[in-house]
Write a protein that binds this ligand. Structure first.
Ligand SMILES: [Zn+2]
Length: 240
């Protein structure tokens, strides 16, 4: 039995990934907190996911340097980047959630942390729910170009870098089982396998109640509609 590291934002994609690997493996669910508004809800959802799995541990990690860069403040980095992007709240959840500047390289950073965890727990596999589909907007974050971080080229290049950095004995591979699926297809998988979708957190703007207005809330709603399913987390009735 292997130990598989799964990067989890507590959402539907994470749950589907976990289900995919849970039958034959031990899982290490990793949640990364970097100042995103929904961090607490994501972490809680990941914790609930871990409880529902037969052999899963949760490792919550905090990346304060990313929080500092995107929020600005004490250390003076608030002036870094384009005006109104870094460190200056705009009262717009989609803008404030994360800056486009940071998003451009956040997936490689998360995967790098995943590899570090894998080395620590003796795993040779890191799984992410990244998708190439535009509506997927990876990892529950808004992005001006959702495909920038999710392309196969990025993942391929990163895998080459990790192979070069690690010895054959400590090699860690990155797996992306959902990479070619659309959001609605992922919802259909989740429904088919009776995953507890009401406990999957999607909103990127709030940690209390889904705002229904952010990019991720809208994408989730659209995915359920396209999948002709009812989102148990809402009272949404699908259009037929
Ligand atoms: Zn939302």
């Amino acid at each position: 039995m292997q130990n598989i590291v799964i990067l989890s934002g507590g959402g539907i994609k994470s749950a589907v990934c976990a289900w995919r690997y849970a039958k034959d493996n031990e899982l290490t669910l990793v949640h990364l907190s970097f100042g995103q508004p929904a961090s607490t809800a994501e972490l809680n959802a990941t914790g609930e996911l871990a409880k529902r799995l037969p052999r899963a541990a949760l490792i919550p990690l905090v990346l304060p340097h990313v929080t500092s860069l995107q929020r600005g403040g004490e250390d003076g980095v608030s002036s870094v980047g384009a005006a109104g992007v870094v460190g200056t709240p705009s009262n717009n959840p989609e803008v404030d959630a994360l800056s486009p500047v940071m998003l451009a390289a956040i997936a490689p950073m998360m995967l790098s942390v995943g590899v570090q965890v894998a080395l620590r727990v003796g795993s040779s596999t890191v799984v992410t729910g990244l998708t190439q589909s535009a509506e997927g907007a990876h990892l529950g974050l808004p992005s001006p170009d959702p495909q920038t971080d999710n392309r196969r080229e990025m993942l391929h290049g990163l895998s080459i870098a990790f192979d070069a950095l690690l010895t054959a004995k400590s090699r860690v591979k990155i797996e992306t089982p959902l990479i070619d699926l659309g959001y609605a297809e992922i919802v259909q998988l989740a429904v088919r396998f009776d995953l507890s979708l009401e406990q999957c957190w999607t909103c990127c703007a709030s940690s209390t109640l889904p705002c229904t207005q952010c990019q991720q809330c809208k994408a989730r709603s659209q995915a359920f509609t396209q999948a002709r399913s009812i989102d148990p987390a809402t009272t949404t009735v699908p259009t037929r």
